[in-house]
Write a protein that binds this ligand. Structure first.
Ligand SMILES: Cc1cc2nc3c(=O)[nH]c(=O)nc-3n(C[C@H](O)[C@H](O)[C@H](O)COP(=O)(O)OP(=O)(O)OC[C@H]3O[C@@H](n4cnc5c(N)ncnc54)[C@H](O)[C@@H]3O)c2cc1C
Length: 536
């Protein structure tokens, strides 16, 4: 063990603080983690992390990093109820970008980095906290407000805190302070107030909001473990993630251009209707809400560029959201916190000299490409800022890449790896990848396009509707397609009329098939008795 000092203190016991604490235990005799909340001994929401009520998903790179820092923890998450997927079965993911559904056949070259351990934010944080607590040289001091670091002779050597129960103020001395107090972190103000300097800030303003609702859905109702729909930066999007113990989180994003985020589950369902396939919608209609809906109207991103400050005191490093908070819609914050923990470990391995400067510089190499890609997505350049030819080329490449990903497994894998932050976004601009996209477009000139379903008009009972849908879906599966039911009604209590439509993909063009069927109730359930197709 490389001993760099006797005591390190972490401010904040969120994800970034817990991961940093784990790293510090390798280099300091003892580590204290301080938080204002009382930290529960189970997976539970807490006031210091209000965002914990929103959808949180951990990306592939974050999963790898957490597995590396805490050997065996991923298995523990699975054993305790997290939804585990080895990454090999793409049919458990429903992904649509624009009108392109990611639906390639074949096997991934390397599925391991895409393995997923899906669980709610309180669940993940609780299991991390338990492992940190079990480390021999860590103390967690909860119910203490952090006031400010203590600075003397250009070095931070402690932190002032106030105990929330007794009101007693005290100073905790430390060789190193790591600030992980989240979005509202105050180190930038502290440095400015102390005359050290002003940290330049990069910002991407908020572009809308979103709503999250925790749900309970009976097992087996939805075949996928995750559904993700991105219709572009100016249209609503949807994300549905399976969590521990048959709970699911549904989030609907709403850019400012398309109104306000939904404020009730009924409104969320209505928004999801035009985005998610009918099979997933059928499961969502069986859901029961767990707790209240959470609505956020802030998707702003802020990067405090400590790396650009000419002077920094020794003994103080800022990590996690307090350093760089990304647009939550991209779901990258916990993963970036994990990547920063590994960066901090690598910097500490090289000693204490210029630690803050080295950390911010190295971390910027990870943040920079992700920041640039997010900004390009969130704030596409206004038409006037790009030449018409460049604009046309960029949008053609984007469409070609999505078309390719819908049918070519290698293209889909690269995009999933970049989305999971396993690979840098710059890998999407490599010439060899571009060649692969062109080839895939020549091989599959007409991929299946998503056809939004019109709202279903149904007069049948929910139980009958579920059974009839299963019949129609089963038939569509045999034809390797997907059918959207547009109308469903009883002709008699035991005979139902079904009207549906499906996209048929040919080599030269994509056509629609309209289908009219009659289903009959028998002693063994519903049977399809008659079916007629019209193509148009
Ligand atoms: C709405 C929303 C949705 C998100 N969705 C995702 C997602 O899907 N995937 C993802 O990876 N990331 C997501 N994120 C980001 C993610 O929550 C954070 O990036 C990640 O948790 C790292 O945060 P942190 O540990 O730096 O800060 P936080 O999690 O905010 O923790 C800060 C801690 O500091 C404590 N603290 C703060 N001030 C004081 C004080 N003065 N005294 C004592 N204690 C204090 C708080 O109690 C808290 O425990 C989302 C964020 C938001 C806002």
């Amino acid at each position: 063990m490389a001993e760099l000092g006797s005591h390190a203190v972490v401010l904040g016991a969120g994800i970034a603080g817990l991961l940093a604490a784990r790293v510090l235990t390798e280099f300091y005799e003892s580590v204290t983690v301080i938080d204002r909340d009382g930290l529960p001994d189970r997976a539970e929401h807490r006031t210091g992390v209000p965002q914990g009520r929103h959808l949180h998903s951990l990306l592939g790179r974050g999963t790898q990093a957490i597995g590396e820092l805490f050997p065996g923890l991923l298995d523990e998450l699975g054993a305790a109820g997290a939804v585990v997927d080895d990454g090999d079965d793409l049919s458990r993911l429903y992904v649509r970008v624009g009108r392109y559904e990611l639906n390639p056949s074949g096997r991934l070259a390397d599925p391991r980095p895409l393995a997923a351990y899906q669980a709610s934010r309180p669940f993940l944080e609780f299991h991390l906290r338990r492992r940190v607590n079990a480390l021999g040289n860590v103390t967690i001091l909860d119910r203490n407000n952090i006031v400010a670091p203590v600075l003397a002779d250009n070095a931070v050597n402690g932190v002032r805190i106030i105990n929330r129960d007794s009101g007693t103020a005290s100073t905790v001395s430390a060789d190193l302070i790591v600030d992980a107090t989240g979005r509202a972190g105050r180190t930038a103000h502290f440095l400015a107030n102390q005359g050290v300097g002003v940290a330049p800030e990069e910002r991407v303003p908020s572009a809308g909001g979103y709503s999250s609702q925790l749900l309970s859905i009976p097992p087996g109702r939805i075949a996928q473990r995750m559904a993700f729909v991105n219709q572009g930066s100016r249209a609503p999007g949807a994300l549905l993630v399976a969590y521990e113990h048959d709970t699911w989180m549904l989030a609907i994003s709403c850019p400012a251009e398309s109104g306000s985020p939904p404020t009730s589950f009924a409104d969320m369902l209505q928004a999801a209707e035009s985005m998610l396939p009918s099979t997933i919608m059928a499961g969502l209609r069986d859901a029961t809400c767990v707790g209240e809906i959470s609505v956020s109207r802030n998707t702003a991103a802020v990067w405090r560029r400590y790396d650009r400050m000419p002077h920094l005191p020794s003994g103080l490093v800022v990590v996690g959201d307090a350093f760089c908070s990304l647009n939550p819609l991209h779901g990258q914050g916990m993963t970036m916190a994990a990547v920063q923990a590994l960066t901090l470990r690598d910097c500490l391995r090289a000693g204490k000299t210029d630690l803050p400067q080295r950390f911010y510089r190295d971390a910027a190499e990870h943040i920079g490409p992700v920041w640039a890609a997010n900004r390009a997505n969130d704030r596409p350049a206004p038409p006037a800022a790009e030449r018409a030819s460049a604009r046309w080329l960029n949008s053609w490449i984007q469409r070609a890449a999505l078309r390719a990903a819908s049918a070519d497994i290698a293209v889909a894998e690269r995009i999933l790896r970049v989305r999971g932050l396993i690979d840098s976004p710059v890998r999407l601009r490599e010439p060899s990848f571009f060649a692969r996209i062109l080839l895939a477009n020549l091989r599959h000139p007409r991929p299946a396009l998503y056809v939004p379903a019109p709202p279903i008009h149904s007069s049948v009972s929910q139980t009958d509707e579920r059974e009839i849908r299963a019949l129609v879906d089963g038939q569509a599966k045999r034809r390797r397609g997907r059918t959207e039911i547009t109308r469903l009604r009883y002709l008699t209590p035991d005979v139902a009329l079904i009207q549906a439509r499906a996209a048929i993909t040919g080599r030269l063009r994509c056509r629609m098939r309209r289908n009219t069927s009659v289903a009959v109730r028998t002693d063994n359930g519903w049977l399809l008795a008659f079916s007629q197709n019209t193509t148009y």
